[in-house]
Design a protein around this ligand. Structure first.
Ligand SMILES: [Zn+2]
Length: 194
């Protein structure tokens, strides 16, 4: 599962050059002026017009916008731009998900992955918790936590999975404790870890 396409969203992938932690982004910002997503609401400010939408090229030297054929949308999570802070590579990269994921684990044969470091911290926090409440976390995490595979959530795997996630974060030189945005008010169902 991938996050809903949010503006300015990104994934962390293995750099195609050095296998370090790199950021993958959509090449275009597709905005809806009727929702006030376009500053100034005008195509004069770097936005191209596409039907009722406005499109901004985030990396114009790498990829120019071409309108999809009539009736077709832009396919999110396909062609994008990767930027690596380790080797400074910047270039086009066609996403293969979850194969490209930087944060990925194998839980007794069941694959588990995180979109990026913050998601990895959320997974760790949720899986290690005595009482698992997906709604403690901000969007878009709750839905993805509710869909985690049974093996990942099984009580007998709790320690193994949380250790695996903690080890990957440590290897990447990242803190385990999330500087998470404040949790939303608790509502809805809670999941007993079991
Ligand atoms: Zn790199």
């Amino acid at each position: 599962m991938l996050p809903p396409n949010l503006r300015d969203y990104y994934l962390e992938i293995r750099c195609p050059r050095c296998a370090g932690r790199a950021r993958w982004e959509e090449p275009f910002e597709i905005a809806d002026p009727s929702r006030g997503q376009v500053p100034g609401g005008s195509e004069d400010e770097g936005y191209a017009k596409w039907g009722g939408w406005r499109v901004r090229e985030k990396f114009p030297t790498l990829l120019r916008w071409t309108e999809p054929r009539r009736g077709q949308g832009w396919a999110h999570y396909t062609q994008g731009v990767v930027r690596c802070s380790a080797c400074h590579f910047v270039g086009l990269h066609r996403l293969r998900w979850p194969g490209d994921a930087f944060f990925r684990w194998n839980v007794r044969g069941t694959p588990l992955w995180a979109w990026h470091a913050e998601h990895a911290r959320v997974l760790h926090d949720y899986i290690a918790a005595r009482v698992r409440d997906p709604f403690r976390y901000p969007d878009p995490y709750p839905k993805s936590l509710q869909r985690l595979p049974k093996d990942v959530l099984a009580g007998r795997n709790r320690e193994r999975v949380s250790k695996q996630i903690a080890a990957t974060l440590a290897e990447a030189g990242l803190a385990l404790d999330p500087p998470l945005r404040p949790p939303r008010a608790v509502h809805g169902m809670t999941h007993q870890a079991g």
